[in-house]
Design a protein around this ligand. Structure first.
Ligand code: ADP
Length: 696
């Protein structure tokens, strides 16, 4: 039966709550999916915009460089040499690291390249000779060479060189003579003197060229370093080499390629000879030198890059005829597999200035920061690829499942393409997007409804089960209560019928007992009937204004009689004058009966019961006090509930149905009154029925 009930409730729960929630849930889920698609579409649009933004900003950045270049070129004279120098342009390119090289394209012929940041130039670029005084120097030195190279008479040569030095003041000759002195000193093993002389050369004539090509400063430093090495002074040798290498990086000398290569191989030789040295200081210097070498090899690449541009100009510009129109602005080309991006800006006399942009610099110092800046606002991951799909840049993480958005760089920028991946818009990301959370809230509401529904259903099922258990318990206790008065009535009636009670007093006693028991039964039945009527809300009261004293008195007297045999002492005290109250006679009888009956039932060993009737303000109080078992604190509120019976032992020891106090409470509340209970376990209880006087 109970199982059936439980199943029915669960069935209703499923029908009324789960099913609608399921339907709502499915609808909400579809809504979320749509929402997600919307979010994704918006995300893709944003990514597309972000990509365009990055490209535009890159373009704007390059344009800003071109514009500032355009501003300065008016003040610059057209260059005349293939590799030229210009301090303004040098400054410009030092300020703009994105500019890898600057060239000038006259109306005809190959471009002319600014010698900035170039380690060397092709050998044939150095053939032009315009070194002043080289003839005089040659004439002066010729005699010394005679002593030095033909006669191998070094002291004589030295003496000669030292003599002529005194009479010479010109830079070129002075430098070359000093260099010859150092050379001879080295030959006759005057190493310290030779070092000192090379020092002088380095300090006073670093830029003087011998044989029109080799700078004296570089020769002096190299020789000095070799001399130190000969003396096994490793550290000064390395220091000097380092100085030499860092000077080579500055645009101080213009070395031809073969001389540059020669210097580098000598330098390498010195370094490798020092490598064997075990001491720490040398180790440290070797490290420093290594870092200079690294940057030197970068510069080498840069030089190669620019020279390749120069060397292949025909490929780039075609056969440039004089006066041919050249498209301004940015162009792209590839030489030896390397990409070139250059801008052409019109200069004087039909010439064009050109800026070769540094792709690596654009990549790392312009685009990368731009991507990071944009990614911050739009939350995306990225990949930047080159023309052949090679990876140039990428974010730490690349989502696998989300389709990316591609943006190709336009033709006036390097041939790269930018791939932007949206952040995976998981279900909940789209749910929580501001203003788009409607379906999410529907979900939450469904969950709450389901949870509450489940909770209340379980609560109801439990209550029902509890109640039905109590009801069946009630049935068995009530039958017991009926059984004992009925049995005694039947036994006494039988004895009377069969004339087995001879004495008239005993007969009288039996009649009284039968009457009492049947009264008890009728109270019991009244209780049950009242209870069921009240449960169904059909109990009808007949209220009238009257004095309640006779009702209380009658009840007390009736109990006095019934319980006299058991030795109960039931006292009644009435505080006069008592105003009339509005009450239903029978119902009030029932209330007082139930309270005194309980007082007797739960008196334990005690036999004293006090009933008091007194006015209190605009109320009257009927109080029933016993000195019995009392009620535990936790039971106090529950004893008025249906079928509730407190305490296991008590319930077993005393017969009862658990509805007496429920009826008391309902009747009293129908009289707009209230029932209170005070109790001390083991010492007794007081039940107060408080009725208002001023009732309609
Ligand atoms: P019952 O038929 O069990 O007496 P009631 O509704 O009259 O049912 O009382 C409910 C419970 O309240 C009782 O089972 C008993 O535990 C407790 N109770 C009622 N009156 C008293 C009292 N005077 N002293 C101690 N316990 C009481």
């Amino acid at each position: 039966m109970e199982e059936m009930k439980r199943k029915r409730i669960i069935f209703y729960y499923v029908l009324a709550i789960v099913l609608p929630c399921l339907i709502l849930g499915i609808l909400a889920f579809r809504g979320i999916k749509n929402d997600q698609a919307l979010v994704e579409r918006e995300q893709r649009r944003n990514l597309l915009e972000a990509g365009q933004q990055i490209i535009q900003e890159t373009d704007a950045y390059l344009s800003s460089i071109e514009n500032s270049f355009a501003e300065i070129i008016d003040s610059i004279a057209n260059p005349r040499k293939t590799i030229f120098r210009d301090s303004i342009l040098n400054r410009f390119s030092a300020q703009h690291h994105t500019v890898a090289g600057i060239f000038f394209l006259s109306g005809a012929g190959a471009p002319l390249l600014l010698n900035n940041g170039m380690l060397y130039v092709p050998d044939d670029f150095l053939t032009v000779t315009d070194v002043a005084g080289s003839q005089t120097t040659r004439f002066i030195l010729e005699k010394g060479w005679q002593f030095e190279f033909r006669e191998n008479n070094y002291p004589k040569a030295l003496e000669y060189y030292q003599n002529v030095l005194q009479n010479v003041t010109g830079g070129q000759s002075g430098g070359e003579i000093l260099n010859a002195i150092a050379r001879v000193q080295k030959k006759i093993k005057l190493d310290d003197e030779a070092i000192e002389t090379y020092d002088l050369v380095w300090n006073d004539y670093p830029q003087v060229l011998i044989r029109n090509k080799i700078p004296l400063g570089a020769v002096a430093l190299l020789e000095k370093s070799l001399l130190y090495l000969k003396k096994k002074d490793t550290i000064p040798a390395l220091k000097t080499v380092r100085l030499l290498m860092s000077q080579m990086q500055k645009p101080m000398w213009k070395l031809g390629y073969s001389h540059y290569a020669n210097f580098i191989s000598k330098i390498d030789e010195i370094i490798s000879r020092c490598e064997g040295s075990p001491d720490e200081e040398t180790g440290r210097w070797m490290q420093r030198i290594q870092s200079v070498k690294d940057s030197l090899s970068l510069s080498e690449k840069h030089t190669e890059y620019l020279l390749a541009f120069l060397g292949n100009s025909e490929l780039i510009f075609g056969n440039t005829e004089p006066g041919r129109e050249i498209d301004n602005h940015r162009h792209k080309t590839r030489i030896n597999g390397k990409p070139y991006l250059f801008s052409l800006i019109p200069g004087n006399d039909h010439g064009h200035w050109g800026l070769i942009m540094d792709n690596d610099h654009i990549l790392h110092d312009t685009i990368h920061p731009l991507i990071l800046k944009n990614a911050n606002g739009s939350d995306f991951y990225w990949e930047l690829t080159g023309i052949n799909g090679e990876l140039l840049l990428k974010s730490d993480y690349i989502p696998e499942d989300t389709p990316p958005v591609y943006s190709a760089f336009p033709s006036n920028l390097p041939s790269w393409s930018l791939t932007l991946y949206p952040e995976e818009p998981g279900l909940f990301v789209s749910l929580f997007r501001q203003g788009k959370g409607l379906f999410f809230y529907i979900f939450i509401v469904i969950l709450i409804i389901l949870a509450c529904g489940l909770f209340f259903t379980l609560q109801t099922v439990n209550n029902e089960l509890h109640l039905s258990r109590m009801k069946s318990y009630f049935m068995s206790t009530v039958s017991h209560e009926f059984k004992s008065p009925l049995t005694s009535i039947r036994q006494m009636a039988e004895m009377l019928v069969h004339g087995r009670v001879p004495s008239p007093e005993r007969q009288q006693k039996y009649y009284t007992r039968i009457l009492q028991q049947s009264e008890r039964l009728s109270h019991l039945i009244d209780n049950i009937l009242d209870f069921s009527k009240m449960e169904e809300g059909q109990k009808i009261f007949r209220f009238e204004r009257a004095d309640i004293t006779p009702v209380v008195k009658e009840m007390v007297e009736s109990f006095q009689k019934i319980t006299a045999d058991e030795g109960f002492l039931i006292s009644l005290s009435i505080t006069e004058p008592l105003p009339d109250v509005v009450f239903d006679h029978e119902a009030m009888e029932q209330v007082i009966h139930n309270l005194i009956d309980n007082a007797c039932k739960y008196s334990g060993e005690s036999r004293t019961i006090e009933v008091q009737l007194y006015p209190e303000g605009n109320k009257i109080v009927i109080s029933v006090r016993d000195q019995g078992v009392g009620i535990r604190k936790e039971d106090k509120n529950k004893i008025f509930s249906r079928f509730y019976r407190a305490g296991e032992e008590l319930t077993q020891a005393v017969k009862g149905s658990g509805i007496g106090l429920t009826i008391v409470k309902q009747i009293v509340e129908s009289h707009q009154g209230e029932v209170t209970v005070e109790s001390n376990p083991g010492k007794g209880s007081i039940f107060n029925v408080i009725l208002p006087i001023s009732q309609k």
